[in-house]
Design a protein around this ligand. Structure first.
Ligand code: SF4
Length: 113
């Protein structure tokens, strides 16, 4: 499997060599962070979710997950997000949805008065 490391702007081209369903070797990483990134992307890819939640007075609050989520859980979390409305005022960092998946919270990224 080939990947581009997104951890820093160097953007190393990584190659994950698999054998019997396990990682045998990771080539091309310029540092250990790239090795860790390739391992995570191969075993359990994660993403920070960014989206919006509607307020009770019909405005949109930009939000994000406070930790990366497993990529295969993003749809399930979006369904939960789409069912709620938040009550203004909202401040940056406020938890809008608590423990939406394990210990991941959805937090506001903009103030809404
Ligand atoms: S492997 Fe290291 S040097 Fe290369 S892009 Fe990733 S973080 Fe940057």
């Amino acid at each position: 499997m080939e990947l581009v490391c997104i951890v820093c702007p160097v953007s190393c081209n990584l190659e994950v060599v698999m054998e019997d369903g396990k990682i045998k070797e990771i080539k091309g990483a310029g540092c250990k962070r790239g090795v860790k990134y390739a391992e995570e992307e191969t075993i359990c890819p994660k993403r920070t979710l960014t989206t919006t939640i509607r307020t009770t007075d019909n405005r949109m609050v930009p939000v994000r997950s406070d930790k990366p989520l497993p990529k295969d859980r993003v749809f399930e979390v979006m369904e939960k997000i789409n069912k709620v409305k938040c009550v203004p005022p909202v401040r940056i960092g406020d938890i809008i949805l608590e423990k939406v998946y394990e210990d991941v919270n959805i937090i506001a990224t903009r103030n809404i008065g």
